[in-house]
Design a protein around this ligand. Structure first.
Ligand code: NDP
Length: 276
């Protein structure tokens, strides 16, 4: 059972990853991202999820430095963007991200989207970075089962994680079961459905019993499903609220009630239709 904010899950290569972290998509570089990351680290978050696309790696790196928290206590994820796919381009993109972050090693590097036809080649670059010790773990994002199968057939290393859109309105049961059977951890992006599901009467009602918000109930549902979460907020009170989910436990019946909210409704693109 998930017990604390700084608790970890063990990835299939033995690396421990916090099952709770902060996402920083759409957080502006400079003051906004620096303050947001620092607030989260003060609250006790230890994992940060960024990407080259988010254009805020520099601010994330600066916040890390200013926090004074030992590097080994943090878990930093970034991602290679679609236009940088391909073997050589990916190696270059990694160097650029590392320079911006100001780090000498990364914890997790992800292929952001499968795209059209370069993800196997891109994956081979991630394997090199892993073998060279520049990154502690490598994974993918937005991969359907067929993408994962192709990747695994054509490479040595299995992804440690698949970061996908996942929330009560898009529960992705088949994909989760596939990943969990393969030992691939599942990480939810838009774990709060970008805030859209927070007025859902079922979530609000369940929350009342525990004195919790719909956001807290949703995050707790993910964790009890063994899913890693990275809720995004730039609002200090919400950053704190989202982390206060370790003092209650949803019953099996409540978990099922939340499962039944699924509508296969995406806030983002279907990976099969995001082909560039
Ligand atoms: P989230 O589901 O985390 O929702 C974020 C939104 O919800 C923001 O508008 C935020 O507002 C609001 N919010 C956060 N907490 C609360 C709360 N307690 N009560 C009410 N509203 C709240 O969406 P994201 O799309 O940002 O996903 C999270 C992270 O996942 C991203 O930041 C990114 O790191 C990653 N991601 C990855 C993708 C990929 O392709 N791999 C795609 C999209 C996201 P405010 O900030 O104003 O407080």
């Amino acid at each position: 059972m998930k017990k604390s904010l700084q608790g970890t899950t063990t990835l299939h290569n033995g690396v421990k990853m916090p099952y709770f972290g902060l996402g920083v998509y759409k957080v502006e570089d400079g003051n906004e991202v620096i303050q947001t990351v620092k607030t989260a680290l003060e609250v006790g978050y230890r994992a940060i999820d960024t990407a080259a696309l988010y254009n805020n790696e520099e601010g994330v790196g600066q916040a890390i430095k200013e926090s004074g928290i030992p590097r080994e206590d943090l878990f930093i994820t970034t991602k290679v963007w679609n236009t940088d796919q391909g073997y050589d381009n990916t190696l270059k993109a990694f160097d650029t991200s590392m320079k911006k972050l100001g780090l000498d090693y990364l914890d997790l590097y992800l292929i952001h989207w499968p795209g059209k036809d370069k993800y196997v080649e891109t994956w081979h670059a991630l394997e090199k970075l892993y073998k060279d010790g520049r990154v502690r773990a490598i994974g993918v994002s937005n991969f359907h089962i067929h993408h994962l199968q192709k990747l695994m057939e054509q490479s040595d290393e299995k992804p440690v994680i698949n970061q996908v859109e996942l929330h009560p309105y898009l529960s992705q049961k088949e994909l989760i079961t596939f990943c969990q059977n393969e030992g691939i951890a599942v990480e939810a992006w838009s774990p709060l459905g970008r805030g859209r599901l927070l007025n859902d009467p079922t979530l609000v009602e369940i929350g009342k019993k525990y004195g919790k918000t719909a956001a807290q109930v949703t995050l707790r549902w993910h964790l009890q499903n063994e899913v890693i979460v990275i809720p995004k907020s730039v609002t200090p009170s919400r950053i704190k609220e989202n982390a206060e989910i370790f003092d209650f436990e949803l019953t099996e019946e409540e978990m099922k009630k939340i499962d039944s909210l699924n509508k296969n409704e995406r806030t983002g693109k279907d990976p099969d239709e995001f082909l560039f």
